[in-house]
Every structure is written in C-alpha cells, then in structure tokens.
Ligand binder design. Structure first.
Ligand SMILES: C[S@@+](CC[C@H](N)C(=O)[O-])C[C@H]1O[C@@H](n2cnc3c(N)ncnc32)[C@H](O)[C@@H]1O
Length: 241
C-alpha cells in the first residue's frame, strides 16, 4: 500500500473541512444538485477522508461504504459513526488497486477532492469501473485543473481588477504550493491537464453527463474575490456504459 501524508495532518484536515467556506458554502450545494436522489442506493465514497460526505449520503438514505488509505482519517470517520450511527461501513484500501475491490458492488460512487492526491489516475478510474454495477453513476470533484495549476497566482490589474495568472499548465506532475495555510502546501497535488482527466474517464468506459464550475458566493466570495472571476473547483457527473 502506498504512503499518504494525510495520516500526518488528519486532525488539522478534519478542522479545515469543518470550517472551509469553499467546501460548505460553494461546493456542497452544487454537489448535491449534481448527485440528485440517492435514497436506497448503494454508494461508495472513495477516498472518503474523515467521512463528512459519507455521513451526508447516509442521512439522505444511501447505504454507504467509505474507503480511504489514511488510517488516521478513517479513525475519525469511525469515531463519528460510533457516536452517531448511520450504518456506514469504513474500509482501508488503495484506490489505485482495482483488484482489491469486489466487482459490480455499487449503484453509485463519489470521489470528492481526492484525484489530485493520487498518482495513478487511470488505475483509479479502473477501480471505479470495477466497483460499479453496469450503468452505475460517478460524481467526482477536483480542484479546477485550469486555474489551480502550479504557480498560478492572483494579481490585481492596473485598473484594480482581480485576475488569475496561470503558468505551467502543460507541465503535469506533482507539485506543492508555496502559499501557506491550505491543503496543497501541506500535502501537494498531482497537476494534470483537463484533457488528461477527461480522456482517462472515457478510457475507463465512462460517458460524461454534466460538468459544474461553481462561482463563489457568500463568505468565500468575500474571502477570495477572484473565485467570482474563475472557478476553483470542477464537478463532473458520468456513468458507466
Ligand atoms: C483532500 S482529501 C479528501 C477527503 C474527502 N473526500 C473529503 O472531501 O474530505 C484526499 C483523500 O484522499 C485519500 N487518498 C490519497 N491517496 C489515496 C489512495 N491511493 N487510495 C485511497 N484514498 C487515498 C487521502 O487519505 C485523503 O483522505
């Protein structure tokens, strides 16, 4: 099993997720719109972390399995399940290892803000393909590869407008941001072009249904005005052929 540095930041990440206006205020409403009704469905939250999405899926009536590599995040997820049981099963597993998972066991699969953390993208889509029943659905969210590229930065133009300057988009690979305070300065990310994500999805036999690029509102818009100019996140819904 490969190493993940989320084990080292589990407590910090748990707090970050709870407080982030980007996730709560901007990401979640669009995510639930894209997901639709999950009641009665068997759903896997792949790379579930501390389980905040798994819990909400379960509250919406899904039968949920959460899978992650980082045992310290899984421990937080399991503790929440013990304190307020929702019937969620948590398992440790490497999303890059398709053979480790039972074929055709889920109606749907979510993977939230995690593909950038995993080196072998094609292997993860193959895992998803294997886990889903024929026709099964997939909803995943990533940091927007066009605007969260290595070395991208905010500038203020001479006329006072906020703008995003992107460099190094074509250079794929692992990188860490120098801007302190967030996830990517702690654990880094694998940068890929948008076309790499979409081509890998299609290669694993998925059909694209819908993409969303949320514009910031509320507290996040006040915190990061540039998020009203270009999107930070990209959400994709697809299904297996
Ligand atoms: C940014 S966190 C997102 C976690 C959760 N989905 C959320 O929204 O809070 C990325 C997650 O990917 C998990 N991860 C990284 N590599 C993995 C792998 N190969 N297999 C399974 N999970 C992995 C990490 O442990 C971490 O929980």
């Amino acid at each position: 099993m490969s190493h993940t540095s989320y084990n080292d930041i589990a407590g910090w990440y748990d707090q970050y997720i709870r407080e982030s206006p980007l996730y709560r205020g901007v990401f979640l409403p669009q995510f639930w719109d894209l997901l639709g009704d999950v009641e009665g469905q068997t759903v896997c939250d792949l790379a579930c972390g501390q389980g905040w999405i798994a819990r909400e899926l379960a509250r919406r009536g899904a039968h949920v399995t959460g899978i992650d590599l980082a045992e310290n995040l899984l421990a937080l997820a399991k503790r929440a399940e013990e304190q307020k049981p929702l019937g969620i099963v948590y398992l440790q597993g490497d999303a890059q290892n398709p053979q480790a998972f039972i074929k055709g066991s889920f109606d749907g699969l979510v993977c939230v803000l995690s593909l950038m953390d995993i080196a072998d993208l094609q292997a993860v889509f193959q895992t998803m393909q294997r886990m889903l029943k024929p026709g099964g659905w997939l909803v995943f969210a990533i940091t927007h590869p066009c605007f969260q590229a290595p070395h991208a930065q905010w500038i203020t133009t001479d006329s006072g407008e906020v703008a995003r300057v992107v460099r190094g988009y074509f250079k794929e690979g692992f990188w860490m941001t120098a801007t302190p305070g967030g996830v990517r300065s702690r654990v880094g990310a694998h940068h890929r072009m948008l076309s790499t994500y979409l081509n890998a999805l299609v290669a694993a036999n998925f059909t694209l249904e819908q993409m969303l690029e949320p514009m910031a509102t509320g507290e996040r818009a006040r915190q990061v005005p540039g998020d009203c100019e270009v999107p930070s996140l990209l959400l994709i819904r697809a299904h297996l052929l």
